[in-house]
Design a protein around this ligand. Structure first.
Ligand code: PBG
Length: 334
């Protein structure tokens, strides 16, 4: 061990913290634009982007501004974009028809973005019914109003085909139905889309931090998602979900939310040999923005610190609403 002279410390870890150059050199974790993925909302029937109150700086895009955001993401060197469609209220129904309609807003947005950026960005889409249903749940309901797992899987298979037809590179099944990854893989393969990959929402918790997202997608959800999303009290069932998703054909796995679940992220990252993503969600974004707007924390440092922590815990890829801004800062060498 270390040698001590009298009462002075023999080992001085502070030597490695003396200058910015020294700290930069010994840093174990670095962020890179290519590992950042921008979640983006596109709203049907609007001619101007609609700002989101609970997510200052984030908008519901028009088709046009979404294309611009995608082009900007390419210019900043981002890895990907995750698309969420917000259909007109009148088109939502109990089975989420806009989610499978070739002219549904999400499919339209996938085609638009693919036309804009081609293969220069990994185009991903949320594969879930909640943005498209009038009741706001991630699945279809049975006669008693409960989520019907297996009937929902049939809708997910149709969604997977519709999104692949539109030109998506990667689908993100996020509804936490049992068997969803397997059904989506089978649907894609059956339609000749062997190359469309699956980013599985593997560990997805029933979180209060999704709050602002509900505004972002105009969700009409009453009640909660606790019968399908995981209980925040549980860690081990994430490993069970992981095994199942891998067995069913997940190409990449994700943990969500990010910051309150770094322990889960770390365990999953240690356990797998596929790429691991984390989703820094709407409430995580809103918390930092709100505190910063009050002058209570340093916004830019807090953003970098949260992302570095998520990266350090084991995420190779991070979905974050700050993706483009952070990539631009990284490109400037900040
Ligand atoms: C489901 C979905 C949600 C989010 C991403 N996909 C909402 C939910 O599960 O309740 C949340 C993302 C965020 O909060 O930023 N379609």
């Amino acid at each position: 061990m270390s040698i001590s002279y009298g009462s002075f410390p023999g080992t001085r870890p502070r030597r490695l913290r003396t200058t910015p150059a020294m700290r930069r050199m010994v840093a174990e974790t670095r962020l890179h634009p290519a590992e950042l993925i921008l979640p983006a909302f596109v709203r049907e029937g609007v001619t101007e982007p609609v700002p989101l109150q609970s997510m200052p700086g984030v908008v519901q895009h028009t088709r046009d501004t979404l294309r611009k955001a995608a082009a900007e993401a390419v210019a900043a060197g981002l890895g990907g974009i995750m698309l969420f469609g917000v259909p007109e209220e009148s088109k939502k129904d109990a089975v989420g028809t806009p989610g499978t309609d070739p002219d549904g807003i999400l499919q339209v947005a996938i085609r638009d973005v693919r036309a804009e950026v081609g293969d220069d960005l990994v185009i991903m889409s949320d594969l879930c019914l909640d943005e498209h249903t009038d009741h706001g749940h991630c699945g279809v309901l049975d006669a008693e109003g409960r989520i019907d797992n297996d009937a929902t899987l049939e809708r997910y298979a149709e969604m997977a085909r519709a999104q692949a037809d539109a030109g998506v590179h990667t689908v993100g099944p996020s509804g936490m139905m049992d068997g969803q990854v397997g059904v989506v893989r089978e649907a894609l393969d059956g339609a000749g889309y062997q190359d469309v990959s699956i980013l599985a929402y593997t560990a997805k918790y029933a979180s209060a931090f999704y709050g602002p997202f509900r505004e972002a997608v105009g969700s009409s959800l009453k009640g909660d998602r606790k019968t399908y999303q995981q209980d925040p009290a549980n860690a081990r069932e994430s490993l069970r979900e992981l095994e199942l998703d891998l067995a069913e054909g997940a190409d990449m796995v994700m943990v969500k939310p990010a910051l309150p679940y770094l322990d889960i992220l770390s365990r999953i990252a240690d356990a797998v040999d596929v790429p691991v993503a984390a989703y820094q969600i709407s409430g995580e974004y809103a918390m930092v923005e709100a505190a910063a707007a009050n002058g209570w924390i340093d916004r830019d440092r807090a953003i970098m610190e949260t992302l570095t922590s998520v990266r350090r815990a084991g995420a190779g890829m991070i979905l974050t609403y700050w993706a483009t801004e952070v990539a631009q800062r990284l490109n400037r060498g900040e």
